[in-house]
Design a protein around this ligand. Structure first.
Ligand code: G3P
Ligand code: MG
Length: 243
């Protein structure tokens, strides 16, 4: 464990064994012994936080339409698991509220990724930040909020300054330290493939936790842990070494 979480975090839930970002994927992660899950949150047209990666329904719901164009009531009619397998045909698009109730019941911690629909960065940070501030179960460890969107992170900070934030990047950009300082981010989440041992040394040397996504190869995870990476975010948490 670093001071804010375990060594292995289940990416979109246990998404190698159940459809990503569904209740089933979170249950599966808990069944496999994961301590934390990562999931993606965006807003329905009427401003309710829902758990989905893509802006559109095409890939995971097999339907036309965009999340930002549909109300929560409309989104509740879609199913998000049939693409993965018939056993998951009834999986709904989770609401953040419903998913947090599951986390509380299963004792799962979380990395909550703000994944705004285009043009809704600020609103997404505000709504999700306020929800986590007011409704996060006291029995769970404090969540880490991450985003590729500086605007979403800033908006989340404004409403919930005490929630730890992580800047989410692909390859670590040259201005990572300045961006993290400007946003008050405590941790950095980066894509593992481009990472170097030297970058790990610098980020950790500056006092930040460094977590990497999406690591599904146990050997790669071992090397990253050897370099000093704090945690890996994996579709297959049960296949990862524990550091
Ligand atoms: O938060 C880590 C990872 O989930 C970021 O990429 O596209 O899987 O949300 P993505
Ligand atoms: Mg994500």
């Amino acid at each position: 464990m670093d001071n804010r979480g375990p060594r292995v975090i289940a990416h979109r839930g246990a998404s190698a064994q159940a459809p990503e970002n569904t209740m089933a994927a979170m249950e599966k992660a808990a069944d496999l012994g994961a301590a934390w899950v990562e999931f993606d949150v965006k807003l329905s047209r009427d401003g309710h936080p829902v758990v989905m990666h893509d802006d559109t329904l095409r890939r995971t719901c097999g339907a036309p339409g965009a999340v930002a164009d549909l109300t929560l009531a409309e989104l509740s009619a879609f199913r998000a698991g049939a693409w993965f397998g018939p056993a998951f045909a009834d999986e709904p698009i989770p609401t953040l509220e419903g998913l947090v109730a599951l986390l509380e019941r299963r004792g799962l911690g979380a990395n909550v990724e703000l994944k705004p629909c285009p043009g809704r960065d600020t609103e997404t940070g505000q709504v999700v930040g306020a929800f986590l501030r007011d409704r996060w179960p006291a029995s769970l460890p404090v969540p880490v909020v991450s985003s590729f969107s500086d605007e979403s992170l800033a908006a989340c900070r404004a409403v919930a300054p005490d929630l730890p934030r992580a800047l989410l990047v692909e390859a670590i950009p040259g201005d990572w330290a300045d961006r993290m300082a400007a946003l008050g981010c405590v941790d950095l989440h980066a894509r593992w493939r481009e990472l170097t041992a030297e970058q790990v040394r610098r980020v950790r040397g500056a006092g930040h936790a460094l977590r990497c996504y999406t690591v599904n190869d146990p050997q790669a995870a071992r090397r990253l842990f050897d370099w000093g990476v704090d945690a890996v975010i994996s579709d297959a948490p049960d296949r990862m070494p524990n550091g």
